[in-house]
Design a protein around this ligand. Structure first.
Ligand SMILES: [Zn+2]
Length: 65
């Protein structure tokens, strides 16, 4: 039986803003086997990702996208 998903609201751990964890994303999460809901909004996740990319760029000179 197909599981049904509904958009849910989550408070971002980093900025405290409310964001929507969309049904489609939940399905995607499930298909990847993730058990946990996201804790950060997209903005904060993008920021984290950018920081990580910066870190890599600074520490791996041969790093290329
Ligand atoms: Zn946030």
């Amino acid at each position: 039986m197909e599981k049904t998903y509904e958009d849910i609201k989550i408070i971002c751990k980093d900025c405290g803003k409310e964001f929507i964890f969309e049904a489609g994303q939940q399905r995607h999460f499930d298909s990847l086997g993730f058990q946990n809901k996201p804790v950060r909004c997209k903005d904060c996740r993008d920021k984290k990702k950018a920081e990580r990319n910066n870190y890599n760029a600074n520490n791996q000179t041969d790093y290329q996208e």
